[in-house]
Write a protein that binds this ligand. Structure first.
Ligand code: FRU
Length: 489
């Protein structure tokens, strides 16, 4: 094992215990110690779910990237494993960037981006991003002697040598395939596909899709998977400009839905869907579970508005893993069903008339799974205040006439002038709005109408703010089911 990896493993084992359990989210994955961003290598191996992640153990800020590692049997309760990869080779010394994993018989194959920094003859510093392989047993990994195995030299002429990253691997009919993010000669993103029979020698296959400067600039963290009769190319584009409520400025995530021809390796995009409308969601990745479900997990933080408290010894969480399904051409997201096993203390109410502020007995807390149906045509705006006390609250506001749902964390206890609010279109067919809200110590995930539209945002409100308050203008009726989520230490 390299000195760098050993150092990271020792550091994390000594420091993970310094973070009090009460300071961590209850049911969302959080970094052992230090910093995380993107989920990597989300996949099964030897009957367990594995999650790797972009990781800097030593500080709560992005720095020289490692891969951290954890496993789970149910997507909710995670066990930390020793860091998997460190930037300890010339070809990855400037960072072991995002990538993916594959169960390949007895071995677990990791593929990641090695970032190399070098100095040109004129003294100018340059970087190269190439794709590298490491093979292991679910705990320890050996980097391939052939690394880097996919170099930017294989890309079509004009493509950037610097922006070429985040390989996602799968195996189909005995052949390995990889998609990766790349920058086209026009300066904007493209997703390139490669194939190989032995993981060592790779061929360029096709450009699956490209931005043409219409859907943001660089495209990061691609994933490519079947959904029903369609194929989905999921991308994380940078530098987008707001498009109504559909996309916001900066980093976004989109499902590109279309048809794929395996023989010609061509993808034909038909639809573009925004994946998450919230303030804190980026770089998701999917896997297929043993029982055939397509499950997605994302990084629950924003590059442009990182709001984590400076006194924390950790920074970075993942969303709840979400099951993806397709209905009428749209992809729906639902929290993994395994979460239901952690529900405690049910409180259920039906047909509660809401006119003024309404508080329901036992509907409160900071680790809550809340199901809500709001009915009627005689109200204008329906409001839910979460994590509320005399001073704080975060609010969900549904404007029935406009069909717009807004999340606002202005009063959540922030002391910096960061972005606080986002909105999304939510129709309420048959005059019924259905919401599922997952509230954890530091986050709010809102799933509207069976997960047709989803919104993920962070709040760092003091944990003593526990109230949930409903109100509306006019009169609405609501059914409420509330569960506490409890996950053991
Ligand atoms: C996305 C990203 C990836 C890259 C990684 C580096 O958030 O920029 O493209 O591999 O983070 O940490």
């Amino acid at each position: 094992m390299s000195e760098l990896l050993n150092k990271a493993r020792e550091y994390e084992s000594q420091n993970v215990v310094k973070i009090p359990w009460e300071e961590r989210p209850v049911f969302h994955f959080s970094v052992p110690t230090g910093w995380i961003n993107d989920p990597n290598g989300f996949s099964d191996f030897r009957g367990e779910h594995h999650l790797f992640f972009q990781y800097y153990p030593y500080e709560t800020a992005w720095n020289s990237m490692h891969w951290g590692h954890a496993s789970s049997t149910d997507f909710v309760c995670w066990k930390y494993l020793p860091a998997a990869l460190a930037p300890d080779e010339t070809y990855d010394g400037a960072g072991v960037f995002s990538g993916s994993a594959l169960e390949d018989g007895e071995r677990q194959v990791l593929i990641y981006t090695g970032v190399e920094e070098y100095t040109e003859e004129n003294g100018e510093k340059k970087i190269r991003q190439n794709q590298c392989i490491a093979i292991g047993d679910g705990r320890d990994y050996i980097k391939s002697r052939e690394n880097p195995v996919i170099t930017a030299e294989l890309l079509p002429a004009g493509s950037s040598r610097e922006d070429f990253r985040d390989p996602k691997i799968w195996k189909e009919d005995g052949r390995y395939y990889v998609v990766a993010g790349s920058r086209n000669g026009d300066g904007s993103g493209q997703i390139v596909l490669f194939y190989s029979d032995d993981l060592k020698s790779w061929n360029f296959g096709s450009i699956l899709d490209r931005s043409q400067n219409k859907l943001g600039r660089m495209w990061e963290c691609p994933d490519f998977f079947p959904m029903g009769s369609k194929r989905v190319l999921m991308i994380s584009p940078q530098e987008m400009q707001a498009d109504g409520l559909l996309f916001h400025n900066g980093n976004n995530v989109a499902f590109l839905i279309g048809d794929y021809c395996k023989e010609t390796l061509r993808f034909c995009r038909q639809e573009v869907q925004c994946v998450d409308y919230g303030l804190d969601f980026y770089a998701p990745q999917t896997m297929q579970s043993q029982d055939g479900r397509r499950i997605m997990i994302g990084w629950m933080q924003s590059w442009d508005n990182p709001i984590y408290p400076t006194e924390h010894l950790w920074s970075g969480m993942m969303t709840i893993p979400r099951e993806l399904t397709m209905r009428n051409g749209r992809i729906l997201q639902k929290p993994v069903r395994e979460l239901e096993a952690y529900r405690k203390n049910e409180a259920a109410y039906s047909n509660v008339a809401v006119e003024k502020e309404t508080i329901l007995e036992n509907v409160r807390g900071r680790s809550v799974d809340l199901e809500l149906a709001v009915k009627g045509q005689e109200y204008g705006k329906f409001r839910i205040r979460l994590a509320s006390d005399k001073k704080h609250y975060s609010e969900i506001i549904y404007d029935r006439e406009d069909g717009i749902l807004t999340f606002d964390r202005t009063h959540s206890g922030l002391t910096k002038d960061v972005l606080c609010s986002r909105s999304m279109r939510v129709d309420s067919p048959s005059h019924e709005l259905r919401l599922r809200i997952l509230l954890d110590r530091y986050s709010v995930e809102i799933f509207a109408n069976e997960g047709e539209n989803v919104m993920t945002s962070l709040i760092y409100t003091p944990q003593t703010a526990q109230d949930i308050i409903f109100s509306c203008s006019g009169k609405a009726y609501m059914d409420v089911k509330k569960y506490e989520i409890e996950v053991g230490k």
